[in-house]
Ligand binder design. Structure first.
Ligand code: ZN
Length: 351
């Protein structure tokens, strides 16, 4: 199987356009046409993971974190990033990273995987992103259903809150004095990243050569894309037993948390990795506990008795992303050799 086949599939789940501007998700080492014999999935593509790939005859490493974040000016092996890139090239191993784009999707994303393991139901994105567009077009009444069906098939009308919804109004169209015909004015919303396929569907099914259409960005959130997740527990529970449950469920060595508020809790916000930037969103949506990682001493004060911040560790919060990616690939490419890494790449140890 070609590398691009795997990448294209992964990007139907987490389009690379969903990555944050500081990120470097995507194919970091390797050529998309390379034939892939097997893949290893990991959080961090370290030298130890590359050694594992060599041993297992895999020529693809799929990592959550991109090994290269900033530009590389030289490759002489003075640090671990350079050594990994050099080793990958030397052994013909491709490295692909699926980072904040996988963080930012609701379905099959990093946070959905955590939410599932810590017992959350009725989940939704904590901080949805903007990114909804609207298409306006005029279609002869005879073709309206066909065009609308094709647009829906490409995901138009599929934005959460706008599902299979379009608006049509019937009118009379005139064309250079050559007569008039019944015409439908069709409008439909879609997630911004679907623009290309939506326009293609319109062009394929609309009978006119010169299709009258406009696309505008609208002030709505795409609730399927964004940072963090908020959800509820099926039954309210006291804070301490819940944190003990999280410690077990997420295989955490040590949870650092702020003062408990001495009450039963039911609303939980979560963000795998460094989620501190979402604290105010979690408070605004009345979360009782905010579970994330990478908190510093002074930042813990920001809880200010309004919420409990629980830092479960970066690696710990994201470790099940490996299972997530494994299952995504295993379910699609059943006979493909895919492995979860056996290397624990967490650079932090606990005493
Ligand atoms: Zn991370």
């Amino acid at each position: 199987m070609k590398l691009k086949t795997i990448i294209n599939y992964l990007e139907t789940i987490a389009p690379s356009s969903y990555q944050e501007s500081y990120d470097n998700s995507g194919l970091i080492v390797g050529h998309p046409d390379t034939k892939i014999k097997g893949a290893i999935i990991c959080l961090d593509s370290t030298e130890a993971v590359l050694d594992e790939a060599i041993k297992k005859k895999c020529n693809l490493v799929i990592a959550h974190h991109p090994i290269v974040f900033k530009g590389l000016k030289r490759l002489n092996g003075t640090n671990y990033v350079e050594r990994v890139v050099m080793k990958a090239i030397k052994h013909d191993i491709a490295i692909y990273a699926i980072h904040t784009n996988l963080d930012n999707v609701f379905h099959n994303g990093v946070n959905a995987e955590i939410a599932k393991r810590i017992g959350l139901v009725n989940t939704k994105i904590l901080a949805p992103k903007k990114g909804v567009k609207k298409l306006y077009t005029f279609v002869p009444a005879t073709h309206a259903n066909k065009v609308r069906a094709a647009l829906f098939k490409q995901g138009a009308g599929g934005v959460s809150g706008f599902e299979h919804r379009s608006h049509a109004s019937l009118g009379v169209g005139t064309n250079n004095g050559s007569g008039s015909n019944a015409e439908v004015r069709l409008e439909v919303s879609f997630a911004a990243d679907k623009e290309r396929s939506v326009v293609q569907a319109l062009k394929k099914t609309h009978p006119s050569e010169k299709i009258p259409y406009d696309i505008i960005s609208i002030e709505a959130n795409n609730t399927e894309v964004g940072s963090g997740i908020i959800g509820e527990l099926e039954l309210p529970i006291h804070e301490k037993p819940y944190l003990e449950f999280v410690k077990k469920a997420m295989k955490v060595g040590c949870i650092r948390y702020t003062k408990l508020r001495g009450r039963k809790i039911s609303k939980i916000a979560v963000c795998g990795g460094s989620g501190g930037f979402l604290l105010n969103k979690a408070i605004a949506q009345k979360a009782d506990i905010f579970i994330t990682a990478d908190y510093k001493y002074h930042e813990f004060f920001d809880a200010d008795s309004r919420i409990v911040i629980a830092d479960i560790g970066h690696y710990e919060s994201e470790q099940f992303t490996i299972n997530l990616l494994y299952n995504i690939i295993r379910n699609k490419f059943r006979r493909f050799a895919v492995y979860s890494t056996e290397v624990n790449t967490n650079p932090i140890k606990y005493l």
